[in-house]
Write a protein that binds this ligand. Sequence first.
Ligand SMILES: *Cc1c(COP(=O)(O)O)cnc(C)c1O
Length: 403
Amino acid sequence: MNQNLLTAEIARLKASKTFKVETSLQGPQGGVVKVGGKEVVMLASNNYLGLSNHPAVKKAAIEGIRKYGYGVASVRFLCGTQDIHLDLEKKISRFVGCEDTILFSSCFAANEGYFASLVNEKLGTEGHRDVLYSDRLNHASIIDGQRLCRPEYVDKKIYAHADMADLERQLEADRGKEYRFRMIVTDGVFSMEGDLAPLQKIVGLGRAYGASVFVDDSHAIGVCGETGRGTPEATGTFRKIDVITGTLGKAIGGAAGGYISGSRELVSYLRQKSRPYTFSNSLPPSIVFGAAAAFDLLEKDRSIVGRLHANTAYFRKEIAALGFRILAGEHPIVPVMLGEAATAQEMSTALLKKGVYVKGLWFPVVPKGEARLRVQISAGHAKKDLDRALDAFASVGKSMRIL
Ligand SMILES: *Cc1c(COP(=O)(O)O)cnc(C)c1O
């Protein structure tokens, strides 16, 4: 392999300031973490419920290893299904309000294993064609999952972000066509903006045009809705979504794992046909136990989600009161809008020096001129952590003349 080509690309990434640098944490994830020997407030993790280092979750994971071992050394259908996998699938089904659930090693794998497993199969139909309507800002794993669909079997359409008029126009244009499956595909919460998909409207359009509705609720499971059941709960569409995917790697303990929830028939079919399920290892017992404990905590103790929502409301109110421009909303993703990439980068560095860990996002991840710091609030933050972060924002904002 010609390494020079790789070196040149790395140089190009650095020159365009899109080279990703990893800062290592010297200990567990949490509301406060250790970086460079210093305690800093973590505002960049998906640890929305503060469960990634929670005693009950850790205890469960250790018990999982004690009772069921370290690894399963098999895919599910050979000898990699333990009773605990089936129990967790039932638990998730109950929690998200679907008939059945199939586990994957990640949500990336779940999304990768969804579209092609349907689109590429004839299922007894001759010359079939399916159509996908996908939000322009959908997650990379949805885009990659759709790329695995054979072009001769699918029309892939993109609608403008959360633009229901655009979606309806495209559905209407296809009304008379002989599609086999019509699927509307959206993230429940979009990670750059922290906005919720308009699921009421999407469900209505799905019904009107005979399309199934697929929601990737990775940033919403355990986060949105009064009891953390996700975007459907928050938008009044609980039990009205055909297919829900999600991750166990964010609010639900933050380790790993993903799932697809839907009808009994769909899940049963995916167990036969979804390649990242059929040909990739089963989730290890530690993770199965840890995730189950996280769901149990959520069901037992409403105060955790309540604390996340209260912390989010507090931070959103106070950061706006300081004079920063944020994107309005209710999600713990709070984009602090700064404009230029250099400003976001400089501010992120200055904040770390003041004990606050937050990352900047800029073009091409977000549109030009919309560079931002993406703050993520957690139930694991104490009020004093949030106040410390707000003080740092105020001081850095003044010294950089943003405020
Ligand atoms: C994080 C995320 C994923 C990937 O989840 P993993 O379990 O980490 O693979 C997929 N979709 C969305 C919308 C996400 O935010």
